[in-house]
Design a protein around this ligand. Structure first.
Ligand code: PCD
Length: 785
């Protein structure tokens, strides 16, 4: 492995690791300001209850307490409710009712964290408990309690109905199909669970009127604009700083009540106020993901040609509809559920409902509900293979889109930019030694081996890089990203971007993009991000959009600088610009390569060493705004091999082969790291993760003792492969990759476990496939031979 610094794309150690491995990163909780106070939140013990009274007097009397803020206080400021990213409203601090366990009720500001927490215990809230809705399938029942009676005239828990595809055509195909298979499945409620929890440090300067907020947000510019719109603060007087972030995974896109409370706390006390949530608060109250009850159906011919897919989804959105996705897409990009296959028609219906659970519905490591879509179609393909008695790899091969079908328009209207799917699946099968694995499995079954071997496949297509401005916005903010590049007189450069790394290594890969386009070393490029006062506007990092959108902006702005450099070089070399040609790092005279100037020489000249022609601005800098023409569509083929112990239900992931195609790879080492992380995520969701509640709405997974994260012990040594199909519309041919593995891997693991259980006649079981769930599925079922 080469780790020396390349001149552009290639393996290179992450620049940011120099500070991370020395413990010199700066996270929100590391920021200390003089006179800083500390906040803590009182949370609801009930899933649903009316608030009869809140008495804060004892808390206020505790020495060291500076302020106690309640829903009433906020109501007085018009801030008790805030808009969500899905055009609903969410309580900042509850006034009328609490609607999920862990909901924010009051905020204490005190001299230190301990006093703030102690004061919470002195606040007396009188609650009248109400019946709650915990299972989404009961949310629309006549007798269900109405959760959102704060909304004018609201008499039920219905949020939206949404559909996509061609219903009539799909019905017609289903009616005459030779084979129809239907399967209910749940994509359970899970949580992004980043290592760093959420928090904010707010500092309102009464003299200048400037508000500075340090907060681990994935979208600093969008937060600034929303604070301006909601609180009426002038936007140029707000600075959002997103310092180092310990993982985001979609959970740090939205604005949480604690952020608003920290801001109000600082305005009220005139001091900086820091609020950091603990692990339980993070798991109980910040955005969850998935929670989709799906009934999928697939229509095919007897010989395994898939003709149509349809699905009905009941989406549990929790107490407030705070799901984060582009405005026109209430179910995110779920309608890519026809997946990677050449299917004539498809139709889906999604109904969103309220429940007494935390709000959110974030795209946890997936571009807006694509994980649910991929899981659905990949599970359905296996269910179909099971019914037809066909090999799941053969069934997939038979139906995958062919290279000559790209650009391909899906039955629900998405234009996949590029792909060569059969090649990618063939490579994964070759790496896995697929035929040998099947032979081993057959032999072990024939020998009555106690340990059950399973082989699972999945093939995914993602749609990342939101998004073309004509189709996508969040609360009216279009999804184009700005970039600024400045080359200093000595040829060193500073790139400013709007996206914000949470661990993905942008300081390295974005420097590599500039380096590739300008022919200088990535070490000579600094990347500035995560500070709204220092960077151009853009919508942030999620949905694997940084490389597709901000990365494209970085390439385009560098090309602008290169064009300026050409004009300067033409003045230096006294030749017409058209007579110059570019080789990495240098403009030289066509046919006379020795006669030229390096980018460093040009940089110095552009700052004064040469007389520039009329109309040529000096200095080497440029800005640009990139509005992507389309999303990018990364894809991949995954194969998972498991052994299941039928006596304990324990699943051992023996091998995992992942072939990813994300177009051109900027830094293959970072890409592999991204894939490793996503695969581990997938094992977590498939085998161990569930946000569980009891029937009263008590949260049963509010610590890492109950909500399990996969560790090296559960993960095999990943076997990675790649194919490269560049994106035709992206300036450097790159597609996003950050979420690919999380999207593609759960289905491969689940398919592998169910393949192992096939001798018992088990066709489907819901995630998480914990030992007890697997064991239970087997009970009472004799092995069929
Ligand atoms: N790359 C390269 N090449 C290619 C692609 C890519 O190199 N072709 C690289 C880049 O540059 C970066 C990375 O890789 O660095 C990634 O990328 P992308 O795909 O573009 O993505 P972004 O945007 O940057 O990011 C985002 C993602 C997401 S979305 C998520 S979830 C996750 C991932 O990312 N998160 C995280 N990963 C990660 N990692 C870490 N470490 N941490 C974190 O937190 Mo969402 O929507 O939010 O749910």
């Amino acid at each position: 492995m080469t780790t020396s610094t390349p001149m552009g794309f290639g393996r290179m150690h992450r620049k940011e690791d120099a500070r991370f491995i020395r413990g010199r990163g700066q996270y929100v909780d590391d920021v200390q300001l003089p006179g800083m106070l500390h906040g803590a939140i009182l949370r609801s013990p009930h899933a649903h209850a009316r608030i009869l009274s809140v008495d804060t007097s004892a808390a206020e009397a505790l020495p060291g307490v500076k302020a106690v803020i309640t829903g009433e206080t906020l109501a007085g400021l018009g801030l008790a409710w805030m808009p969500t990213l899905s055009k609903d409203v969410q309580a900042v601090l509850a006034t009328d009712k609490v609607r999920f366990q862990g909901q924010e009720v009051a905020f204490v500001v005190a001299e230190d964290r301990y006093i703030a927490r102690d004061a919470l215990e002195l606040i007396e809230v009188d609650y009248e408990p109400l019946p709650s809705v915990i299972d989404a399938r009961t949310a629309l029942a006549e007798a269900a309690p109405v959760i959102r009676d704060d909304l004018d005239g609201k008499k039920d828990n219905h949020i939206f109905d949404w559909e996509a595809g061609d219903r009539a055509h799909t019905e017609a195909i289903f009616e005459r199909a030779e084979v129809r298979v239907s399967q209910d499945m749940l994509y359970p409620r899970v949580h992004p669970a980043p290592l760093e929890t959420c928090g904010a440090l707010a500092d309102f300067d009464k003299v200048t009127g400037k508000l500075t907020v340090w907060c681990p947000t994935q979208a600093p510019h969008a937060h600034r604009t929303l604070y301006a719109m909601v609180a009426g603060l002038p936007e140029h007087k707000i600075r959002v700083i997103s310092p180092d972030i310990g993982g985001g995974f979609g959970g740090k896109v939205g604005i949480y009540p604690g952020y608003v409370c920290a801001i109000v706390g600082s305005i009220v006390t005139g001091k900086p106020v820091k609020w950091m949530e603990d692990r339980s608060e993070n798991l109980m109250s910040t955005a969850f993901a998935r929670d989709y009850h799906m009934t999928g159906e697939i229509a095919a011919t007897q010989d395994g040609r898939v003709q149509a897919i349809r699905v009905k989804v009941l989406a549990d959105h929790g107490a407030f509809n705070g799901t984060a996705q582009p405005t026109k897409f209430p179910a995110g990009f779920f309608h890519v559920f026809s997946g990677s296959y050449d299917i004539e028609t498809a139709h889906c219906e999604v109904t969103g409902v309220y429940s007494n659970k935390a709000p959110g519905g974030v795209a946890y490591a997936c571009s807006f509900r694509i994980t649910e879509a991929v899981y659905l179609v990949e599970r359905l393909m296996d269910v179909l293979a099971y019914e037809l008695g066909m090999d799941p790899a053969e069934l997939r091969m038979k139906n995958l889109l062919r290279a000559d079908q790209f650009p391909y328009t899906s039955p629900t209207g998405w234009e996949y930019d590029s792909g060569d799917y059969p090649r990618t699946l063939a490579l994964a099968m070759e790496m896995a030694g697929y035929d040998k694995l099947r032979a081993e499995q057959a032999e072990r079954r024939a020998n009555g081996d106690r340990r059950l071997m399973g082989i699972g496949l999945s093939f995914f297509t993602e749609a990342v890089g939101a998004g073309p401005r004509k189709h996508m916005d969040i609360l009216g903010l279009g999804m184009a990203d700005g970039a600024e590049l400045r080359v200093h007189p000595t040829g060193k450069a500073v790139l400013r971007v709007s996206c914000q790394s949470q661990g993905q290594g942008h300081e390295t890969t974005f420097a590599q993009i500039v380096a590739e386009e300008l022919g200088i070393s990535p070490d000579d490029v600094d990347v500035v991000h995560g500070d709204t006062d220092q960077t151009p506007f853009g919508l942030g990092t999620y949905g694997s959009r940084s490389t597709p959108v901000s990365g494209a902006a970085a390439a385009m702005v560098t090309r602008k600088v290169r064009d300026r450099a050409k004009l300067v070089a033409s003045a230096m070399l006294e030749v017409a610009p058209d007579d110059l040609e570019w080789t990495k790092g240098r403009w030289s005279v066509k046919g006379d390569p020795k006669h030229g100037a390096t980018i460093q020489e040009i940089a110095l000249a552009s700052h004064g060493a040469v007389e520039l022609p009329e109309g040529v601005e000096g200095h080497l800098d440029a800005t640009c705004v990139y509005n992507p023409p389309n999303l990018t569509y990364p894809f991949g083929a995954y194969i998972c091999v498991v052994d299941v112990d039928p006596d304990t239900g324990q699943v051992d992931v023996r091998r995992f082969i992942a072939v990813d195609d994300c177009g051109v790879r900027i830094n293959p080492m970072i890409v592999e790291g991204q894939i490793h992380g996503g695969l581990a995520d997938g094992i977590g969701m498939a085998l161990m993760q569930l946000m569980a509640f009891d029937e009263d709405g008590n949260h049963l997974g509010a610590s890492f003792m109950d909500y399990l994260l996969p560790t090296a012990v559960e993960c095999p040594s990943w076997e990675l492969g790649e194919t490269v199909t560049p994106s035709p519309h992206h300036p450097i041919g790159a597609k996003g990759v950050g979420e690919s593995a999380t999207v593609g891997s759960p289905a491969a693991v689940v398919n592998a476990v169910l393949d192992a259980l096939k001798p018992y006649g088990i066709r489907h079981a819901d995630m998480p496939l914990t030992p007890s769930n697997v064991w239970r599925a087997i009970q009472g079922r004799p092995i069929r031979t």
